[in-house]
Design a protein around this ligand. Structure first.
Ligand code: GTP
Ligand code: MG
Length: 578
């Protein structure tokens, strides 16, 4: 779909290349009709397209000192060990009152351990705090007490993460699930071989006692041989309020989650001795221990969610462009790799005088995300339309040739533009052949897309392994954790189609530094090349079959002067909402 900005290049091009686009007698005010208003800090005018000299304010904003920038802590990866709380032990106690010297058992139950949840919230922008933290621990359940007082429940912990975070389980160690699984397997083996359950003996012929002895709290005054001989009842099977999500956990928190999502469940509290009182054992001298909780290792990866992603070689002028269309104070400097971390700017579609600069409507998906579903899964989504007032734009560190081989800063930062609706390739017209630069950038992006797809396939292979057999997760637990949580997740639309999930996005080119001399010829070549792609005479620069090739536009700008940048905004909005 074509961009929404006026198709005639004459609207802005006279600023940069009057010889390329002769006016043909069209009056200058008429040329400006496509741009409805003035943007703050910009020199495009409603009355005259003539570039006025940039004000000092604008000059210093768009060509700032290298130390004039704001920088925040940022990290897009974190590994966390999660330790939900273990359960508190049950209590062995008996009623002792005046005139009741030998009362019934009244030991309280232990409290359950605290759970660990995760929630994607607006306002969080980075994972650096979690990356430093390294582990998260929920509260342990308190042990039960006499007089039938139950122990307090351990405190739950909610991990707030930025919207756009992907959560992947690396490993888990669940001693309880493992022992449940082993005892179930043992029971099955015995019933298959129809073996009578014989009392096991140790090497010296002494009875070994209950293999689950370690799960009981025994009265302190007992001797160890009494303990071994003690006839303990079978461990009661218990209902769980929360079930541990099955392995491997894989979540894509690409929208805010109104309710926290459960990651790791705390251990169950032990049962007090009244639970084991029976006709034969009216005074049980035992209670159960609280369950040990599992340990979960997870990896968090933040993929920023911007509407438009800027991709370009180092020093191309991406950050200057971002400054010129938003209020971003990202760092600008005349050397490669000035930008070392992604920056997001918000472009407000308003000239700050209460008048919209352009009118566009975006599709919004309203859903009952998390409202009716305990897991916050999207349900019936109904796209609606609302007036667009802003969009976000992500500026990432520059890519160099061979970035996929980890040259320069590598291609990892492309993950922040991977989900952008539109890609804007920023090319420096004064730095050699722009067509070659565009091809080289697309080549790196294409290789990154293939790498991501390979990773995705590998992850799917891993996910296909039946973890319940090896890690001891209950089969019903697997059913409990909805498989949709892990399938619609990480796979961006089009993954597995040879890089299409990126090459299929709408894109355009911003040709910067058009104010510098001898850039017209370079721009002319670039424009002709893009026109040939649009006509289908040239393949997509990444070489991907079926990639987006409609209306490939090159917009010449002088970001440092704020010239032509309105057109970038118009075109981007047109592609986003078109
Ligand atoms: N003449 C001219 N210079 C520009 C223009 N845009 C940017 N520059 C200059 O080019 C240099 C690099 O600009 P940046 O915006 O830092 O470039 P970048 O692409 O963000 O660079 P990295 O962050 O290193 O990838 C700075 O000295 C800018 O002042 C422009 O339109 N015209
Ligand atoms: Mg930069």
């Amino acid at each position: 779909m074509a961009g929404r900005c006026p198709r005639s290049p004459r609207v802005f091009l006279p600023f940069l290349y009057p010889s390329l686009f002769p006016l043909n007698g069209i009056s200058r005010p008429a040329l400006a009709a496509g741009v409805k208003g003035t943007r703050r800090n910009m020199n495009t005018s409603t009355t005259s397209p003539e570039p006025s000299a940039p004000s000092d304010d604008l000059r210093s904003r768009l060509n700032p000192d290298p130390d004039d920038y704001s920088m925040t802590n940022f990290s897009d990866k974190a590994k966390l060990s999660l330790y939900p709380g273990p359960g508190g032990h049950g209590c062995i106690s008996f009623l002792r009152e005046a005139f009741v010297p030998d009362g019934p058992p009244n030991g309280g139950d232990g409290g359950h351990g605290g759970n660990i949840y995760i929630q994607a919230v607006h306002g969080e922008t980075s994972l650096h705090k979690l990356a430093r933290k390294k582990f998260v621990r929920a509260g342990r359940g308190k042990s039960g007490m006499g007089s039938a007082r139950s122990g307090q429940r351990g405190e739950d912990v909610v991990i707030p993460v930025p919207v756009g975070t992907v959560v992947r389980e690396i490993s888990r160690d669940d001693p309880e699930a493992e022992s449940r699984f082993l005892s179930r397997r043992e029971r099955k083996r015995r019933s298959r071989e129809s073996q009578p359950v014989e009392a096991e003996v140790d090497e010296e012929g002494e009875p070994v006692g209950d293999p689950n002895l370690h799960k009981w709290v025994l009265y302190n005054g007992m001797s160890s041989s009494d303990r071994k001989r003690m006839d303990l009842p079978p461990l009661p099977s218990r209902d769980r309020l929360f079930r541990q999500p099955a392995a491997p956990i894989l979540l894509d928190l690409s929208r805010p989650t109104p309710q926290p999502i459960l990651l790791a469940v705390g251990g169950l509290g032990g049962l007090g001795n009244p639970h084991f009182a029976s006709k034969n054992t009216p005074k049980p001298l035992f209670a159960t221990r609280g369950e040990a909780a599992l340990t979960l290792e997870i990896e968090l990866e933040l993929k920023l969610l911007a509407d438009v992603g800027l991709v370009g070689l180092p020093n191309a002028g991406k950050s200057t462009l971002l400054r010129s269309i938003s209020n971003s104070r990202t760092r600008v400097g005349d050397w490669a790799f000035t930008t070392l971390q992604p920056n997001i700017g918000t472009v407000v579609l308003d000239n700050n005088k209460g008048r919209p600069m352009l009118t566009s409507y975006r599709k919004v998906a309203h859903s009952s995300y998390g409202r009716s579903d305990p897991f916050g899964r999207p349900s019936d989504t109904q796209p609606e339309v609302e007036r667009r007032t802003r969009f976000t734009i992500a500026d990432i560190p520059g890519l160099i040739e061979g970035a996929h081989l980890d040259k320069g800063l590598g291609v990892a930062f492309l993950r922040h533009v991977e989900r952008a609706g539109v890609l804007a390739f920023v090319l420096d017209l004064s730095a050699g052949n722009a067509v070659a630069a565009l091809k080289s950038l697309w080549n790196e992006v294409g290789l990154y897309a293939h790498m991501r797809e390979e990773e995705e396939r590998e992850r799917k292979r891993q996910a296909a392994i039946d973890w319940s057999a090896s890690a001891g997760t209950d089969a019903e637990d697997s059913a409990f954790w909805p498989s949709t949580m892990s399938t619609d997740l990480d796979a961006p639309a089009g993954v597995g189609q040879g890089g299409l999930h990126i090459a299929g996005k709408p894109w355009f080119v911003v040709a910067t530094k058009g104010d510098l001399p001898d850039t017209q010829e370079n721009f002319r070549e670039l424009r002709d090349y893009l026109a040939a792609i649009s006509r289908g005479e040239e393949p997509h620069p990444s070489g991907t079959e079926g990639a987006w090739t409609r209306d490939c536009a090159a917009i010449p700008v002088s970001a440092i002067n704020g010239h032509g940048v309105d057109r970038v905004v118009h075109w981007a909005v047109g592609l986003l909402d078109g």
